[in-house]
Design a protein. Structure first.
Length: 384
């Protein structure tokens, strides 16, 4: 190939999250000898913005909250101004590309559904690729789901984060995507192991279940809190440490206070390095009502921490039930029974730890990068 393929990824902001971590990994590891990569960030905001690779071109449209005035009145004016500017450019993509982006691209990438409209409205003669990570079966809004899954059909290629993510759309809506592939998210186990040793973590009440995820209602932490209280009331002493921030923080803090479990249900907020908190726990629990292919599961398995997870999304593609982890339904009784099993049966958790040593070999990052590279190259050839 005589010239590099010009690729642009678009994303809203870089708060801590699964999609952002997947995006950073791709930006770091796609081969530079093949791709000229540009990252268009709508708002230069979020703790992960510092992790954007320095050797790619970064274009930002508006500054983030971190860079705004600490004066409440001035900050409000800045936010209003920012919103007006973002709305203008969202409604006028041709002006955005002419005045701000000022480049041509062979491929334009939407790493999540929030960027679908932005990429599809691009005036460029580019091949357009979407990533989709969402289990649509747990979205209560059929209108919203149909908007997203129908938008996917307009892309030249769609990459699904798990088999289940694609299959559930076919099962529920009878929509298929012949121009698509399933590519798992890469999991950087060696890097996680190093980060897990960066500082010590001590928990007052043991054993400890760690958990990590955005504090959103579908992550089901309100149910996990009820399970925790139930186990404590039955005499099973333990604590739960939840790493993650989000819109449910205040509700969960209020619930913990009402249940009088603030000292044992620990809401640790977002952490740039969450891995020491996980490594120094005894078990890991993921109570989500919906997931795609969560990086956290592979990372925790790499740290050899026994995992109990809800049987949703692409998680069964990562965990073999009762071999290298334990799968339960996303309801209070099932999570309760699984956690009680971990607290009372050391043989089963030791079995999982032994089997995980071999299981983590299934997370092959080079294969993943090669699959993405192949998709991009084939789409570029179709453009020519």
């Amino acid at each position: 190939m005589s010239q590099k393929i010009k690729v642009m990824f678009r994303h809203r902001s870089m708060e801590m999250g699964g999609v952002e971590r997947v995006l950073l990994d791709l930006l770091e590891n796609l081969p530079r000898e093949l791709f000229d990569i540009t990252f268009f960030l709508t708002m230069n905001q979020g703790e992960l913005r510092k992790n954007i690779p320095k050797d790619i071109e970064l274009i930002t449209l508006q500054k983030g909250r971190e860079d705004m005035s600490s004066n409440k009145f001035l900050r409000t004016l800045q936010l209003i101004k920012r919103n007006i500017i973002l709305t203008f450019y969202r409604n006028n993509p041709k002006i955005l590309y002419r005045k701000i982006i000022k480049k041509d691209f062979d491929l334009e990438i939407a790493p999540t559904y929030s960027e679908f409209d932005n990429i599809l409205s691009s005036p460029l003669n580019s091949r357009k690729i979407a990533w989709f990570h969402t289990d649509v079966s747990y979205d209560p809004s059929e209108k919203r789901v149909l908007s997203r899954v129908n938008a996917l059909k307009k892309f030249d290629w769609v990459i699904f984060g798990s088999k289940q993510t694609r299959d559930i759309i076919k099962d529920l809506y009878e929509i298929e995507y012949p121009k698509s592939s399933v590519i798992y998210n890469s999991i950087k186990i060696d890097e996680v192991k190093v980060k897990a040793l960066e500082f010590p973590v001590h928990y007052d009440t043991t054993p400890v279940f760690s958990s990590m995820g955005r504090l959103h209602s579908r992550k089901n932490y309100h149910t996990l809190m009820k399970v925790h209280k139930r186990l404590l009331d039955e005499g099973f002493l333990h604590s739960i440490a939840v790493i993650g921030g989000g819109s449910e923080m205040e509700n969960l803090q209020r619930q913990a206070k009402e249940l009088n479990i603030e000292n044992t249900f620990l809401l640790l907020d977002s952490q740039i390095n969450p891995y020491p908190y996980i490594k120094n726990s005894d078990y890991f629990v993921l109570p989500s009502e919906s997931e795609s292919y969560p990086l956290t599961i592979g990372e925790v398995m790499g740290l050899n921490i026994p995992v109990i997870s809800t049987n949703v999304g692409g998680i069964p593609e990562m965990i073999e039930h009762d071999f290298d982890g334990y799968l339960v339904e996303p309801n209070e009784d099932a999570i309760y029974k699984g956690m009680k099993l971990f607290l009372t049966n050391t043989e089963i958790t030791e079995k999982f730890k032994k089997n995980m040593v071999q299981s983590v070999e299934k997370f092959d990052n080079e294969k993943i990068y090669n699959q993405v590279t192949s998709v991009f190259q084939k789409q570029y050839q179709l453009k020519e």
